[in-house]
Each structure stands twice: as structure tokens, then as C-alpha cells.
Design a protein around this ligand. Structure first.
Ligand SMILES: NC(=O)c1ccc[n+]([C@@H]2O[C@H](COP(=O)([O-])OP(=O)(O)OC[C@H]3O[C@@H](n4cnc5c(N)ncnc54)[C@H](O)[C@@H]3O)[C@@H](O)[C@H]2O)c1
Length: 266
């Protein structure tokens, strides 16, 4: 059952950030389990992963379906006996004013961005806690885990919730003495289909709170980095044991300023 190489599970691995994380994990010697609902994307990823490790595999999984993740967890622990990196990364954006998003749209975004993370945690973390080897969990949030912007109501709601869950989980695992690191990945713009499809940062954050915070002159804020660069930053953050992993550190003072403004602090 148990094997010597460490294992990594990535959700939303067919595209963008998840795909780059999966490939970098494989390069770093992890046996990668790549999951997504996008079968075509997984099909093109699998041979690339197997270039690094033959025991890598891809699986069609919808993260909104708790039973599918639970079944995968059973198989992974039966086969490998451990999971050392868990990336709850799958996500989606709907770029629409709060009052124009239907209840059904809200539910869909909540199901993917919030319950997808919860389902991943419920399926894997209890088993990780019993495996007796080190692990690290990375939940993908966003700079929208800290700041809001027009058109991003459902996205921001779910990404702020992911931050809340991740902070709480870290506190609870630490209190339990578990050998498990916890991080939230807070990307700024990364050049992936989600960004192109939504116009996320350029159209929304820039014209909202960032502008109000007087920081629009900072070109670094809007510069989209490659998924590969994002993945490198993620692993650097894991290696350093960072809780909040920002791809664009220039967002940090803006997050701070906006939180202060909300609280009425200088
Ligand atoms: N790209 C950015 O600028 C940016 C910025 C901040 C946060 N993020 C976050 O990064 C994460 C990855 O996004 P990306 O930029 O790589 O976009 P992407 O669209 O390239 O990748 C998202 C992946 O998630 C998968 N997915 C969506 N719903 C799913 C479901 N129900 N079950 C399984 N898989 C599902 C998609 O099929 C896709 O492969 C998301 O959580 C996103 O919110 C991205």
C-alpha cells in the first residue's frame, strides 16, 4: 500500500494555475493526482505528468460532488497510503452586478468556489491527520479574499469565505498539534482562461477599491504573470511555511488600507 514518494492532489488541474501546480509538483518528484471536470484538459495533461512519474494519474471529478471526492480519497489512501500536498484550487468567476446574478448563479458559484474547497477538506484532511507524515494544504483564494470590486459579488463572497475557512482550519490543526501546514493562495492577475473570460482585475478591481486606495499607478498590480510563475511562487510559499501566499505583494498594502477603511481606522 504505502510508497516512498510523496503525493499531491490538485483540483482544477486541467487548466491555468492548477495545471501549472500539477506539473511543477511532478517535476519536484511528487506523484500527482490531477482532477478536474474538464476531460479534454486532463487528457492533454496526463502524458506531461507521466513524463515525470509514471504513477501520476488524472481523474474526472466535479468538486461540487462530495461523494466523488470521498471516493477518490478512499482510492488514494488505499493505493498510496498518504497525501502530502492538497491543492483545493478549482474555481470560477461570474462577472455581473450583485442584483443581476440569479439565485441559481449565486448557488453555482458558491457550490464551486466554496463547497468545492469544503468538500476537498472533508474528504482528505481527516485521513491526512492519521497518516503520520507531513502534509500541506493550499486553498486557492484570491486578492478578492481581502478586497471587493464591482461585478465580483459572488466571487468575492466565496473567496472571502475561503479565507475564513483556511484561517480557522490552520488554528484548529495547530491546536490539535497536527503536522500539517496550511496556506491560502491569493493570486493577483494570472494569465489563464478565467482572467480572459471575466476581465476580472482590469475591469473590476482597478475601477473599484484599488482606485479608491490611490494605488492605480502601480503597474505591478495589473501585470498578469504566467501560471508557471504562479506555481513557482506557490511552492516557494509552501517551502517557507507562509500562510498567505501573494503572487503580487503590491496588493498587501491595498488590502490593509481597505480593511482599515472598513473598520474606520486610519
Ligand atoms: N487567473 C487569475 O488571475 C486568478 C486570480 C485570483 C484567483 N484565481 C483562482 O485560481 C483558481 C484557478 O483558476 P485559473 O485562473 O487557473 O482558471 P482556469 O479557468 O484556467 O482553471 C480553473 C479550473 O477549474 C476547473 N473547475 C471549475 N469548476 C470545477 C468543478 N466543479 N469541478 C472540478 N473542476 C472545476 C475548470 O474546469 C478549470 O480547469 C481559481 O480558484 C480562481 O478563482 C485566479
Amino acid at each position: 500500500m504505502s510508497q516512498s514518494s510523496p503525493t499531491a492532489l490538485v483540483t482544477g488541474a486541467a487548466s491555468g494555475i492548477g495545471r501549472a501546480i500539477a506539473l511543477l509538483a511532478a517535476e519536484r518528484g511528487y506523484t500527482v493526482i490531477a482532477v478536474d471536470k474538464n476531460t479534454a484538459g486532463l487528457k492533454s495533461l496526463e502524458p506531461l505528468l507521466k513524463n515525470h512519474r509514471q504513477d501520476a494519474f488524472c481523474r474526472e471529478v466535479d468538486v461540487t460532488q462530495a461523494a466523488q471526492l470521498e471516493q477518490l480519497a478512499v482510492e488514494i489512501f488505499e493505493h498510496f497510503g498518504q497525501l502530502n500536498l492538497l491543492f483545493n484550487n478549482a474555481g470560477m468567476v461570474v462577472n455581473q452586478p450583485v442584483l443581476e446574478q440569479s439565485a441559481q448563479t449565486w448557488q453555482t458559484v458558491v457550490n464551486v468556489n466554496l463547497m468545492g474547497v469544503v468538500n476537498g477538506l472533508l474528504a482528505f484532511v481527516p485521513r491526512i491527520m492519521e497518516q503520520g507524515s507531513h502534509a500541506h494544504i493550499v486553498n486557492t483564494g484570491s486578492v478578492a479574499s481581502f478586497i471587493s470590486g464591482p461585478g465580483l459579488g459572488s466571487y468575492t463572497a466565496t473567496k472571502m469565505a475561503v479565507r475564513g475557512i483556511t484561517e480557522t482550519l490552520q488554528q484548529e490543526l495547530a491546536a490539535h498539534g497536527a503536522d500539517i501546514g496550511v496556506s491560502i493562495l491569493c493570486p493577483g492577475p494570472v494569465d489563464t482562461p478565467i482572467l480572459a473570460d471575466s476581465g476580472l482585475v482590469a475591469d473590476n478591481l482597478q475601477n473599484g477599491p484599488i482606485e479608491d486606495a490611490g494605488k492605480t499607478e502601480d503597474p505591478d498590480l495589473m501585470e498578469a504573470i504566467s501560471p508557471r510563475r504562479c506555481a513557482e511562487i506557490v511552492f516557494r510559499g509552501i517551502d517557507a511555511g507562509d500562510f498567505a501566499i501573494f503572487t503580487h505583494p503590491s496588493y498587501k498594502p491595498i488590502c490593509q488600507a481597505l480593511i482599515n477603511a472598513t473598520l474606520g481606522l486610519e
